[in-house]
Design a protein around this ligand. Structure first.
Ligand code: HEC
Length: 101
């Protein structure tokens, strides 16, 4: 077999594999934020507790993480690295929300 044909076939296969992998930049944040849906509703827009979609919550989440534990969110925020909180906040800020607080 002509080696260049084999090489091309391998390259084509590699290209197909790369194309099959989802490449959404929001993916890590979406996965991390899926946990929030239990209490804040699917896509952070209820029904549930306060709406968390459509705003940048990074500073709020950092406050929650480092202040003394007062409530449930202070415990939730401690479950993530600062970088993960950034990913969660960035992802949630891209969601439409419904205009509620
Ligand atoms: C076990 C339930 C629960 C989970 C899971 C949860 N939350 Fe909360 N969250 C609450 C409750 C209850 C409140 C309101 C009372 C309070 O702050 O303690 C709240 C409030 C908040 C607030 C304050 C909103 C405001 O307008 O004051 C933010 C921001 C928030 N949550 C973000 C998140 C994010 C981001 C996640 C996922 C990483 C998350 N929550 C997961 C229960 C939860």
């Amino acid at each position: 077999m002509d080696i260049s044909i084999l090489t091309r076939a391998v390259l084509a296969g590699t290209a197909l594999l790369v194309a099959a992998v989802p490449t959404s930049a929001a993916e890590p944040g979406r996965l991390l934020a899926s946990q929030c849906a239990q209490c804040h509703g699917t896509n952070g827009a209820g029904p549930g507790f306060e709406e968390i979609a459509g705003k940048d919550l990074f500073n709020d989440l950092i406050d929650m993480k480092y202040r003394p534990i007062e409530g449930i969110m202070d415990r939730q925020a401690r479950g993530y690295t600062d970088e993960q909180l950034r990913l969660i906040a960035d992802y949630l800020s891209t969601l439409p929300g419904n205009g509620d607080d």
